[in-house]
Design a protein around this ligand. Structure first.
Ligand code: URA
Length: 258
């Protein structure tokens, strides 16, 4: 995927040169300008790909992400594309790329927020305390990330594949530049239903927050039914909200049975 990145950088540089008025390609061989007729003596533009030029080229990470995601054909390709995507600074502070866990053939795809410390270490989503609660919640409606049958299994990912420092909330531009990869992820896995865990997942997928209002109400995104639910990390802090979480799990179970 390195070549895809080079392509986008090269294209952005070319666009920038055109904007600056460059109209001639650099020649392969040196040109003796004393031999050139007067009418051809325009200076030939020369550009080197310095970081300043890359910055001045104003590369839009969302567009780069869209182009890269469009070339992805499978989960290995998606991992490769994210590994080659250099525009999200979170990557530099993370130990691992945390892509997914569970069964890619599952009917249910769960989208969380971002890896925490445990997930960053393990390279897998939802393995810490919130993840353990998530497993219990799923088991209550006979779903599991380790099941082989698509009807009994789930596939789990996050909006962000890299841990934000000190588990801070992801910034809007970080969410925006990773959404093309999330969308492609959904297209590849092609689940029947999607569960959005918490506000960040709702922000990324539905473009809105307000989990207390959104939870339990089916909506459509990526052409699929999606249901927002309280994040298990919130349930660890607010045990009283488990009542609503249980109602939402039953709504998920009913949807799968229907
Ligand atoms: N919280 C999330 O949203 N995702 C994880 O992977 C872990 C905790």
């Amino acid at each position: 995927m390195e070549s895809a990145l080079e392509y986008h950088t090269a294209r952005a540089l070319l666009d920038w040169q055109l904007e600056m008025g460059a109209s001639e390609a650099i020649l392969d061989a040196p040109l003796n300008r004393y031999d050139v007729p007067e009418t051809r003596k325009k200076p030939t533009p020369v550009a080197t790909a310095t970081p300043e030029i890359v910055k001045a080229a104003k590369i839009d990470p969302v567009l780069v992400a869209k182009d890269m995601a469009a070339t992805v054909r499978d989960l290995d390709g998606l991992r490769g594309a994210l590994a080659a995507f250099e525009y999200c600074d979170l990557k530099r502070g993370a130990r691992n790329l945390v892509l997914s866990d569970g069964n890619p053939a599952a009917r249910v795809m769960i989208i969380g927020e971002a890896p925490g410390r445990d997930e960053d270490r393990a390279g897998k989503p939802f393995v810490g305390r919130a993840g353990q609660l998530l497993d219990k919640m799923l088991a209550a409606i006979d779903l599991s990330r380790t099941a082989d049958l698509s009807a009994q299994s789930v596939y789990i990912t996050n909006i962000l594949p890299w841990r934000p420092p000190q588990n801070r909330d992801p910034k809007p531009d970080e969410i925006a530049m990773l959404m093309p990869f999330v969308q492609r992820h959904v297209e590849i896995v092609a689940p029947d239903v999607i569960v959005l865990m918490g506000n960040i997942a709702c922000q990324g997928v539905l473009g809105t927050r307000g989990i207390t209002r959104l939870r339990g109400h089916w909506q459509e995104a990526f052409g699929k039914p999606v249901i927002p639910m309280f994040h298990p990390a919130y349930l660890l802090r607010q045990a009283t909200a488990k009542r609503e979480a249980w109602a939402d799990l039953l709504a998920l179970k009913a949807k799968l049975a229907g």
